[in-house]
Design a protein around this ligand. Structure first.
Ligand code: NAD
Length: 432
C-alpha cells in the first residue's frame, strides 16, 4: 500500500471509473475534498494542566445533500485518515441513495487515558472549534471508533448552546432522551446482517454450516457477532485491541459481551477488560484470528488490517467489511485472484449512516418511529441496494466492491451534472 491511505482509497475510484460513463468533469470533481479543517483544542485537565489536542473535520462532497460522517477518537487519527473516511462516506451515502454527501472528523488521542469530565470538555471544545463548519443542513457528525451516544449528546448540547436553540438534527447517534433514534446503536451491525443474509441465500449456504471470525468487539463487531450467533452461525473467534479468543465449537457471544460490559469502570467511558480474560477459551493473537480457516471473516475494527503482508495467509471464503477500509487495494487484487469474495464497507456497514439518516428525519419532523419501523425501513434499503450491486457485479463480471463504486458513481455523476457548471467558473463558498 502507498504511505497515504487516501491515495490507496482513490484507487477504488480509478478502478470503478473504467466501468461508468460519467462526465470527465464529474470524475475530476470527486478526486478532491470540498473543504478540510484542522483545529487545536485546548482542554483544562483534571490536575489543572493544559493540553492541546489536534482535531479534524473534512467535508468531502455535498452535491447530493448536507455532508454526513462520524467522529473518531484514536491515537492514529490524522488528516489523511479523516479525508479517506470522508471519501468513503461520500460513496456510502450514494450507494444507499441517502440525500447526503460524505464527511468525517476525528481527534488524535487515546480516549482511554482521559477521565469522563476531560472527555466532555474535549468534545465540547471540538464543537466550539468546528461550529461554523457543521449544522443540520450543512454537515452532521455521528459516532465512530471510540465515540458513543454520550459523546454525541454533549456535542449536540454544545452546538445548541452556541446557536441558542435546541438543534437535535446537528448530530446523530445521540442518546434516546436527547432525540436519538431507536435502533441507531445496533444499526451498523443490523444492516451488515441483512447484507450477509442476502448473500448467503444467493450462494445457498445455511447458517449452521457457516463458521465466522470477527475482528473488533466494539459497537459494530460485538453486535454483528451476537446477531449471527443468534441466527445459528457458528462464531468461533472474536478479538479486541488486546487479543483474541477462539473456540472450535463456537463462542457464547452474549456471555463475552456481558463480561466486557461489566468491566466498564464507574468513571471511565470505555471497557477496561478484554475478551481474552474469559478463562474457558483458547487465547490467540489478533493476527491469528485474521488467518483462521473460517467461512466468513468480518473485520470490524480499523482500516488496512488485511494487506500485502498477510493477504496470502487469509483462508476465509467470504470477507464482509464492517470496518471502514480494512482491506488495502493491493490485498483486494490478490484476494480476487485467489477467489475470495470481498463485500465492501460502503455497502456492508452502511446501516449506521442509514439509521442516522432516519434519526435526522425524525428530529426534523418531530415524529418518532418504533424500533419495528426503523428496522423494517433499514432492511428494505439494505436488501434493495445489495440486490442492485449484485446485479451490476454479475452483469459486468466485476467484484462487488467495484460494482458498489459503479452504482454510487452513477448517482454522483448524475447529481454533479444536474448542478450545472457554476462551480467551474465561480469560486464556491466553503460552508454551504
Ligand atoms: P468501537 O470503538 O465501538 O469498537 C472498536 C473495536 O475495535 C474495539 O473492540 C477495539 O478494542 C477493537 N480494536 C481496536 N484495534 C484493534 C485491533 N488491532 N485488533 C482487533 N480489535 C481492535 O468502534 P465501532 O463503532 O464498532 O467501529 C468499528 C469499525 O466500524 C470502524 O472501522 C468504524 O469506522 C466502522 N463503522 C462504525 C459505524 C458505527 O455506527 N459505529 C458505522 C459504520 C462503520
Amino acid at each position: 500500500m502507498s504511505d497515504s491511505l487516501f491515495a490507496d482509497a482513490s484507487q477504488r475510484l480509478e478502478q470503478a471509473l473504467k466501468f461508468v460513463s460519467i462526465s470527465d468533469d464529474a470524475a475530476e470533481h470527486l478526486k478532491y475534498p470540498k473543504a478540510s479543517l484542522a483545529v487545536s483544542i485546548p482542554v483544562r485537565m483534571d490536575d489543572g494542566t493544559l493540553r492541546i489536542f489536534q482535531g479534524y473535520r473534512v467535508r468531502y462532497d455535498d452535491t447530493r445533500g448536507p455532508t454526513k460522517g462520524g467522529v473518531r477518537y484514536h491515537p492514529n487519527v490524522s488528516m489523511d485518515e479523516v479525508q479517506s473516511l470522508a471519501f468513503w462516506m461520500t460513496f456510502k451515502c450514494a450507494v444507499l441513495n441517502l440525500p447526503f454527501g460524505g464527511a468525517k472528523g476525528g481527534i488524535t488521542l487515546n480516549p482511554k487515558e482521559l477521565s469522563k469530565m476531560e472527555l466532555e470538555r474535549l468534545s465540547r471544545g471540538y464543537v466550539d472549534a468546528i461550529a461554523d463548519f457543521i449544522g443540520p443542513d450543512v454537515d452532521i457528525p455521528a459516532p465512530d471508533v471510540y465515540t458513543n451516544p454520550m459523546i454525541m449528546g454533549w456535542m449536540m448540547d454544545q452546538y445548541s448552546i452556541i446557536r441558542r436553540q435546541i438543534t437535535p438534527a446537528v448530530v446523530t447517534g445521540k442518546p434516546l432522551t436527547m432525540g436519538g433514534s431507536l435502533g441507531r446503536d445496533t444499526a451498523t451491525a443490523t444492516g451488515a446482517f441483512f447484507v450477509i443474509e442476502s448473500i448467503m441465500s444467493k450462494v445457498d449456504r445455511l447458517p449452521q454450516e457457516t463458521t465466522v471470525a470477527v475482528q473488533g468487539f466494539g459497537n459494530a463487531g460485538a453486535e454483528i457477532a451476537e446477531l449471527l450467533s443468534k441466527a445459528g452461525y457458528k462464531v468461533v473467534a472474536v478479538s479486541d485491541s488486546q487479543g483474541a479468543v477462539y473456540s472450535k465449537k463456537g463462542l457464547d457471544i452474549a456471555k463475552i459481551r456481558q463480561y466486557k460490559l461489566s468491566s466498564k469502570g464507574i468513571k471511565a467511558l470505555y471497557c477496561q477488560d478484554t475478551v481474552c480474560h474469559i478463562d474457558e477459551h483458547e487465547v490467540i493473537s489478533n493476527e491469528e484470528l485474521l488467518t483462521l480457516d473460517v467461512d466468513i471473516l468480518i473485520p470490524a475494527a480499523l482500516e488496512n488490517q488485511i494487506n500485502e503482508a498477510n493477504v496470502k495467509d487469509i483462508k476465509a471464503k467470504y470477507i464482509f467489511e464492517v470496518a471502514n477500509g480494512p482491506v488495502s487495494s493491493a490485498a483486494d487484487r490478490i484476494l480476487e485472484e485467489r477467489g475470495i469474495y470481498v463485500f465492501p464497507d460502503i455497502l456492508v456497514n452502511a446501516g449506521g449512516v442509514t439509521v442516522s439518516y432516519f434519526e435526522w428525519v425524525q428530529n426534523r419532523s418531530g415524529l418518532y418511529w418504533t424500533l419495528k419501523e426503523v428496522n423494517q425501513r433499514l432492511m428494505e434499503k439494505m436488501v434493495e441496494e445489495t440486490e442492485k450491486i449484485w446485479a451490476i457485479s454479475q452483469e459486468l463480471a466485476i467484484p462487488m466492491r467495484t460494482a458498489a463504486y459503479v452504482h454510487a458513481l452513477n448517482r454522483l455523476g448524475e447529481a454533479i451534472n444536474a448542478k450545472g457548471t457554476r462551480d467551474y467558473y465561480i469560486n464556491g463558498r466553503v460552508y454551504a
